[in-house]
Design a protein around this ligand. Structure first.
Ligand code: C2E
Ligand code: MG
Ligand code: MG
Length: 398
């Protein structure tokens, strides 16, 4: 498994004894090529000189001299694109903050481990190297696109919808699908929205993109009674005061009852024009189109929005769902968000239901809908019938 990838590992920790033990553990897990150093400065020098020579870096957080957090900052300015694993003897919340920081630096963080490091945990995290490098090969991780390329893709119809199921927590029944756009790039293969949604906003292409996604999605559910459609919309699109009419026209063209459509909103950038957005969103609700506050609990989706906008659905961000059963801080946030949704008479959707433990946790909470890899990954429309059959069997057993 390990030999087709760059599995050379650099370990940075100020404790030479720990380095020795960890190297041995890595060797035993099938990673023979391990280089160690006791100072972050030294590690940086190595990575600056040969950024692609290492597939993975493991780094301790608390070290005399340059600490792990400073290391992350400097590392993000190098050409290193491999995986990163953080190690710490400190409280797990510090490790979690450090992971978030690494993500914000756009580093390829694979995970974090507390000391003492267990081999099974390490093996699990290192497995992710394989997934990440497979994604990297498709070219979608690092490549940046231009507005012109995206415009051409829209003209050529290269953007297609994938759909992720949303199921009722109590019965397991399929209730809705969320349309998630993919760019089928002729050379790079499948490109994910995180690489081009901002670009679309920047180059004023976001309205065209949403139009295509909406029309495709409505056509898809038109013949599928009882299944609703969620579509992500950018706040940028909300400044145009004809927006509600446009959406109503799209539902009419597809002969879909507007009640079956939910628009998911996040505040990706500061609302350009607060008043117009509020005007549009309120009118959309008057027309009985659903409004969902996406990624609730993150910086972009705040209490102020919940106060001001007549949302009827709240999506708890996956950052508060996955792992909630074992983490009391997540539980507090999850339950508060759910409670708020219920008080306000909103439907509550948990995003990021990644495993059986997350799913079982939800079943005791009163949360309405679940969405996430455990239920089903976003998939091409032709794969949904097979997913339905498979899910029915799985949910009966769970
Ligand atoms: P989102 O609306 O919050 O969509 C959920 C994202 O989480 C999707 O990523 C989905 O693949 C991923 N996801 C689903 N289940 C799980 C899980 O269990 N675990 C984890 N770790 N992730 C999960 P995707 O498709 O890459 O989309 C990313 C974001 O791009 C979306 O976040 C949405 O904000 C934006 N986006 C996608 N399609 C559109 C679109 O048509 N228009 C606009 N404006 N934005 C879009
Ligand atoms: Mg969404
Ligand atoms: Mg979301």
């Amino acid at each position: 498994m390990a030999d087709t990838l760059n599995t050379r590992i650099l370990v940075i920790d100020d404790d030479p004894f720990f380095l020795k033990i960890l190297s041995r553990q890595l060797n035993n897990l099938g990673y023979p090529d391990v280089v160690t150093c006791t100072q972050a400065e030294e590690g940086l020098t190595i990575l600056r000189k040969e950024p692609s020579a290492y597939g993975v870096v493991l780094c301790d957080l608390s070290m005399p001299g340059m600490d792990g957090i400073e290391f992350l900052r400097y590392l993000s300015r190098t050409e290193f694109t491999g995986g990163l694993i953080l190690i710490s003897g400190q409280d797990s919340r510090i490790l979690e903050s450090a992971q978030r920081l690494a993500k914000a630096h756009k580093l390829n963080i694979l995970g974090a481990v507390g000391k003492p490091v267990t081999s099974s945990l390490l093996a699990g995290i290192l497995q992710r190297v394989i997934k990440v490098s497979a994604k990297g090969k498709a070219g979608s991780l690092s490549r940046k696109y231009t507005g012109e390329e995206l415009r051409r893709a829209l003209d050529q119809g290269e953007l297609i919808n994938h759909y992720q199921p949303q199921v009722a927590v109590d019965t397991g029944k399929l209730v809705a699908v969320e349309a998630l756009v993919r760019w089928c790039h002729p050379v790079d293969g499948m490109v994910f929205p995180d690489t081009f949604i901002n670009l679309a906003e920047e180059y004023d292409l976001i309205d065209r993109l949403t139009q295509q996604v909406l029309a495709q999605g409505l056509r898809f559910i038109a013949g599928w009674d009882g299944i609703n459609l969620s579509v992500n919309v950018s706040m940028d699109s909300m400044t145009n005061l004809d927006y509600p009419e446009y959406v109503m026209q799209a539902t009419e063209d597809a002969k879909v009852n507007p009640k079956r459509l939910v628009l998911e909103v996040t505040e990706s950038r500061l609302m350009k024009d607060r008043l117009s957005s509020l005007d549009n969103l309120t009118r959309l609700r008057l027309k009985e189109i659903g409004l969902s506050i996406d990624d609730f609990g993150t910086g972009h989706s705040s209490l102020a929005q919940l106060r001001d906008i007549p949302f009827n659905e709240l999506k708890i961000d996956r950052g508060f769902t996955h792992g909630v059963a074992e983490n009391s801080a997540l539980q507090a946030i999850f339950e508060a968000s759910l409670g708020m949704a219920k008080h306000l008479g909103m439907t509550c959707v948990a995003e990021g239901v990644e495993d059986e433990i997350d799913w079982q946790f939800l079943r005791n909470t009163g949360c309405d809908l679940a969405q996430g890899y455990f239920v089903g990954k976003p998939m091409a429309p032709e794969d949904l019938p097979r997913w339905c059959a498979d899910w029915e069997l799985r949910v009966q057993k769970s």
